[in-house]
Each structure stands twice: as structure tokens, then as C-alpha cells.
Design a protein. Structure first.
Length: 115
């Protein structure tokens, strides 16, 4: 094992749920405003996973439509600011990257439920 892996292994989260493109996830993130800290929840569809989920550099792109405007967040999975990731709904996706959902309306972008 090289020295880089020895340092980064203690920051990798062990208890991550199974996350795939198309899943609707709820992400609890720690937000710091001045001296105060609070937890903010972001819920949306996973449209991309970068670098797998086992790597320290791994991130997921989550998209939601808020008041008619599409909002995307790129979230580093192993960040200490990410407290919890929970899977709300599992939908079937035939692609690894769901960037085509950006052009669709909210109604058109609905994905079929997984069984």
C-alpha cells in the first residue's frame, strides 16, 4: 500500500447505500453560516457518478427542479460535510449518465420505477 492510500483510507465512508444513476436520493449536508452550523437536505435524481463510489475522489451529480428551475449539485461522496445519503426511490436507467434529463421538463423526466 502506498502512502497516499494510508492517509485517505481513514476518510472513506464505509456505510454508503447502493447508489446508481436514476435513483432519487436525499442528501443531508452540513452548512456553515458564520458561526452557526445547520443541516440542509437536498433531494433529487442522481444523473451521474464519477470515479466510482470506493475512491476518495468520487462524486455524484444530483438534479432537481425547484420552482420551475433545474438545480444541480455536484457532491463529493466522502466529504466530511456530507452527513447522510438515503435512497428515496429506485428507478430504472439504461444509461450511466442521464444528462438528457436537462432538456426535459419535470413531467417528461419521470423515470420508471424499479421492481
Amino acid at each position: 500500500m502506498d502512502k497516499l492510500n494510508l492517509v485517505t483510507n481513514k476518510y472513506i465512508k464505509k456505510e454508503l447505500p447502493e447508489i446508481k444513476p436514476g435513483y432519487t436520493v436525499r442528501i443531508h449536508q452540513k452548512i456553515k453560516e458564520g458561526e452557526k452550523e445547520r443541516i440542509q437536505i437536498f433531494e433529487g435524481v442522481v444523473i451521474a457518478i464519477k470515479h466510482g463510489l470506493k475512491n476518495i475522489n468520487s462524486s455524484i451529480t444530483v438534479r432537481k427542479v425547484s420552482e420551475g428551475i433545474g438545480v444541480e449539485k455536484i457532491i463529493p461522496v466522502h466529504s466530511p460535510n456530507v452527513i447522510k445519503i438515503e435512497v428515496v426511490k429506485k428507478s430504472k436507467a439504461r444509461r450511466a449518465k442521464l444528462y438528457y434529463l436537462r432538456k426535459k421538463s419535470k413531467k417528461e423526466s419521470r423515470l420508471k420505477e424499479e421492481e
